[in-house]
Design a protein around this ligand. Structure first.
Ligand code: FES
Length: 165
C-alpha cells in the first residue's frame, strides 16, 4: 500500500469518526425535540396519592395549568353529594379558580376565601358568600385505587357531575 493510500484511509477514518461523534449529540437533540415538553406532560394527567393527605388540610396541585384543590374532609365537615368517597374517607376535588372572575381562593381553616371580591366557598366547594355564581368547578378525574388521576373521565367523576353541592 502506498503512502498516499494510507493517508487517504487515515483521513477517511478520521472523517467517519468525527461524523459518528457528531451524530450522537444530533440524535440526542432530535429525541429531545420529539419528546413531549415537560409542560405538555404536566398538562395531561396529574396523579395525587389520596393516602398522603391530612384531614382538613387541602393540597393544591397543578393540572393543565390550573390549580386543583384536593381536600380530605374531617368528620366535622358537612357531607355533600359532590364528595368523592374512597373507602371511609370523603374528599372534595375542585378546580381552584373562583367562579366569579377566576382568582385563586385561599384555604382558611374551614373554607376557601377569595381575596379579590370577598367570595367564599365551603369545604365542599359550594359558594357561601359574595359574588361567585356557582360552586367551584369539578376537574375531570378518575380513580386508580387510592390514586386520583386528574385528566381521566372515570365513573366517579361522571357521578359527581350530576350531583348537587
Ligand atoms: S374573583 Fe373571587 S370573588 Fe371575585
Amino acid at each position: 500500500m502506498s503512502n498516499n493510500t494510507n493517508r487517504r484511509s487515515f483521513i477517511g477514518f478520521s472523517f467517519a469518526a468525527v461524523a459518528a461523534a457528531g451524530a450522537v449529540p444530533m440524535l440526542i437533540g432530535m429525541k429531545k425535540a420529539w419528546d413531549p415538553l415537560p409542560s405538555v406532560l404536566a398538562g395531561g394527567f396529574t396523579e395525587v396519592d389520596l393516602t398522603t393527605l391530612k384531614p382538613g388540610n387541602p393540597a393544591t396541585v397543578e393540572w393543565r395549568g390550573k390549580p386543583v384543590f384536593v381536600l380530605k374532609k374531617t368528620a366535622e365537615m358537612e357531607s355533600s353529594d359532590r364528595d368523592l368517597i374512597v373507602g371511609e374517607d370523603r374528599f372534595t376535588v375542585a378546580i381552584g379558580l373562583c367562579t366569579h372572575l377566576g382568582c385563586i381562593p385561599a384555604w382558611k381553616k374551614t373554607a376557601w376565601k377569595c381575596a379579590c371580591h370577598g367570595g367564599q366557598f365551603d369545604a365542599s366547594g359550594k359558594q357561601t358568600f359574595g359574588p361567585p355564581p356557582r360552586p367551584l368547578d369539578l376537574p375531570e378525574f378518575g380513580l386508580k385505587g387510592n390514586i386520583l388521576v386528574l385528566g381521566e373521565t372515570g365513573p366517579e367523576y361522571k357521578k359527581l357531575m350530576t350531583a348537587k353541592v
